[in-house]
Design a protein around this ligand. Structure first.
Ligand SMILES: [Zn+2]
Length: 447
């Protein structure tokens, strides 16, 4: 009886009792010093969470003075336990449930003070919440952590050539054209966008196809994914997927208003087209499959059905080396070009090539990573363990046109800089992922 009481107390000391907690600014603390610091927090019986540019530290009163210097404190949170906190998805601001007051942002979630066990009852219409597991990094700010400097290498002339082939004005032109269609899957005009994309892929020399999938509810025309394939020159059975959804939605204009979806997601879809523009000029060793999905706004239907009913039963999933998904890549509220890369913690080995690509070819971007993925076309791949990630601008939930009738090209502030940076980063990553023969010019540099 004594021993079980002692065991209960022991567990309670670290997992149940509230401890004084605060968020502190990480500033430019190098990654190795951060790792050492979090080890000390755990050694003293406390716990922590990395939340982008700040760290939540909870520690016993006695360890507090050693661990937390007053001048670094952003918010004093009082006594908390991990169970008092939850991660709430930061979605479209028109969503019926208002976001709870946030302690900090962590990727596309906000850390909120609400027991996770209660969230399904407080937010029954939303599934995008999750409990907090202490002692882990939820989101990282690469530049602040010094990770970009460490990832920097000498630029490769062959990769640079592909990066230089990116046309951000061409991308914005395609974006603007796609936004002239009402791409709601409830309207027939989406078929015109589909046909335009098919024609575009064909004009670039891609082998085009469509994938039709069933969708419940009212759809004006059959819903299809648009696919353009560029066969690899010598590794055709290794695939690189470049994808984005082309359907759109508006929730403020009533049933007759158009859904232009310029940022969400003509921006990503036009980027798929732009990557096809670049790589058809520089044929890759691996097969590149450029895909524009529909049915995303109704629950990732086009991408899910393609993965589950076409790729998986036909044994194609193991061929996929990388599925790069883009959704809202053109907006920045301010001059800081933040971009978020999101995958699951088990697939986080997809991050380093993006780190290097930003360091070497797209230094204007400020990249962040998150390992709590949800709600876009990367999910069907991640759910099957296929290396995949989402690229999304990090101001998306502040975007004034988000799921509105004013999601028009002119609403996307800083589009050419933001989207242009993302295109350069992705071109560099895809160049290496898809592979190339080093050009003779650069291979024999002294001749
Ligand atoms: Zn979207």
């Amino acid at each position: 009886m004594f021993s079980s009481l002692a065991l209960g107390l022991q567990m309670g000391l670290t997992t149940v009792l509230p401890m004084p907690a605060a968020t502190i600014a990480l500033g430019d603390l190098p990654q190795d010093e951060l790792a050492a610091y979090t080890r000390v927090i755990e050694d003293r019986g406390g716990w922590w969470l990395e939340l982008d540019d700040r760290l939540l530290v909870a520690a016993p009163v006695t360890a507090w003075p050693e661990l937390v210097e007053g001048e670094r404190i952003i918010d004093d949170l009082g006594g908390i336990r991990p169970d008092d906190l939850a991660l709430q998805a930061r979605g479209c601001p028109l969503h019926p449930s208002a976001p709870l007051p946030a302690i900090a942002r962590a990727g596309r979630h906000a850390l909120v003070r609400a027991p996770a066990t209660l969230l399904p009852y407080r937010l029954p219409e939303r599934s995008e919440w999750r409990p907090v597991v202490p002692n882990r990094s939820l989101a990282q700010d690469w530049r602040a952590r010094g990770l970009l400097d460490r990832a920097k290498r000498a630029a490769n002339p062959d990769v640079q050539q592909r990066v230089d082939a990116v046309g951000r004005d061409r991308w914005f032109g395609v974006l603007s054209h796609l936004a002239t269609y009402d791409r709601s899957s409830r309207r027939s005009d989406i078929a015109n966008a589909r046909d335009w994309l098919l024609g575009k892929f064909a004009s670039l020399g891609l082998q085009t196809s469509t994938y039709s999938f069933p969708m419940t509810g009212t759809v004006a025309v059959p819903q299809v994914n648009v696919i353009g394939t560029l066969a690899g020159t010598n590794l055709p059975d290794e695939w690189i997927i470049v994808g984005a959804h082309y359907d759109s939605i508006q929730t403020n204009g009533g049933s007759t208003a158009a859904a232009p979806g310029a940022e969400d997601n003509a921006s990503g879809c036009a980027a798929v087209v732009e990557m096809a523009e670049v790589f058809t000029r520089f044929p890759p060793q691996r097969t590149m499959i450029f895909t524009c999905f529909s049915g995303e706004e109704q629950g990732l239907i086009g991408s899910t059905r393609w993965v589950e009913d076409a790729l998986r039963p036909n044994g194609h999933l193991p061929k996929i080396q990388l599925a790069l998904i883009m959704d809202m890549i053109g907006y920045s509220q301010d001059g800081q070009l933040d971009v978020l890369l999101e995958t699951s913690s088990t697939l986080s080995t997809v991050f380093p090539p993006f780190q290097s690509a930003v360091a070497d070819y797209a230094g204007e971007l400020v990249p962040h990573t998150s390992t709590n993925p949800f709600g876009s076309d990367h999910m069907p791949f991640i759910n099957r363990g296929v290396p995949s990630l989402l690229v999304i601008e990090y101001d998306y939930d502040l975007y004034p046109g988000y799921h509105r009738t004013n999601d028009l090209p002119g609403t996307i502030s800083n589009a050419l800089d933001m989207g242009g940076g993302v295109l350069k980063m992705n071109a560099a990553v895809l160049a290496e992922a898809a592979g190339f023969e080093a050009s003779a010019l650069f291979r024999d540099g002294f001749e």
